[in-house]
Design a binder for this molecule. Structure first.
Ligand code: ATP
Length: 212
């Protein structure tokens, strides 16, 4: 089973990496695939260029068994819809089950996604708890949780797609926004993200024009 972890990764940080690591173990995934998005459809456009964000992801994953960098979304024109990414992965890996990994904040936005119901035909959805977010019990997500939620990770291995699994991960209150703000105001983001990523950001000045 493959974990599919998409994000803006502007930049990637330990909140992302720790979440992926814990889910890799908890769900017995064969790999977690990190897919930086080209053009995010539902949010403000990223600060760093897509190629730079992708290079930072590659650096962060380097040497970590089970973590895979996949930049297919960068080679597609237009917005990076997750459903297109899953269709593309399905074409490449017809026999692999996918777990789309989402933070709770991202999961709450799911009903606004393009063709969001199709996601459940292509993948399971794994929701990683983030600080301050609660499982919805109303609206379209409340309803879909009542019918699709699995309480045991093992159940995800029994069918190919369509289950939702909510899993608490270590609460690291780190966000890319906070890191960008720190850098912009001349502060050091040390210990919030890997050293290799921090060094490259310092050299490329992709979040600021001053050294920190
Ligand atoms: P920004 O601050 O720019 O919105 P972000 O830190 O939320 O960025 P994204 O690249 O937008 O990072 O997130 C990609 C995915 O990772 C989303 O599903 C998001 O919920 C999840 N995520 C981000 N930060 C954390 C964290 N600290 N712990 C767990 N999951 C996280």
């Amino acid at each position: 089973m493959m974990g599919v972890f998409g994000g803006t990764f502007d930049p990637i940080h330990f909140g992302h990496l720790r979440t992926a690591h814990e889910l890799l173990k908890a769900l017995s995934l064969n790999e977690v695939r990190f897919l930086p998005c080209g053009v995010p459809p539902h949010r403000a456009q990223p600060v760093a260029a897509a190629a730079e964000r992708s290079a930072l992801v590659a650096l962060a994953l380097d040497g970590h068994a089970g973590f895979v960098h996949d930049d297919r979304e960068l080679h597609r024109d237009g917005p990076s819809y997750s459903v297109d990414t899953l269709e593309s992965l399905r074409g490449d890996y017809p026999d692999v089950a996918f777990c789309l990994i989402l933070g709770m904040d991202a999961f709450l936005g799911l009903p606004r996604w393009d063709r969001w119901q199709r996601v459940f035909e292509l993948a399971h959805v794994v929701v990683a708890h983030r600080p301050g977010w609660r499982v919805p019990y109303r609206g379209p997500l409340g309803e879909i949780l009542r019918t699709r939620r699995s309480r045991q990770a093992a159940e995800l291995h029994e069918v190919d797609a369509g289950r939702i699994f909510v899993h608490p991960v270590t609460q690291l209150e780190i966000s890319s926004t906070e890191i960008r703000d720190l850098i912009r105001s001349g502060n050091d983001p040390r210990f919030l993200l890997p050293e290799t990523v921090r060094n490259r950001i310092r050299e490329s000045h992709c979040y600021s024009h001053s050294n920190h």
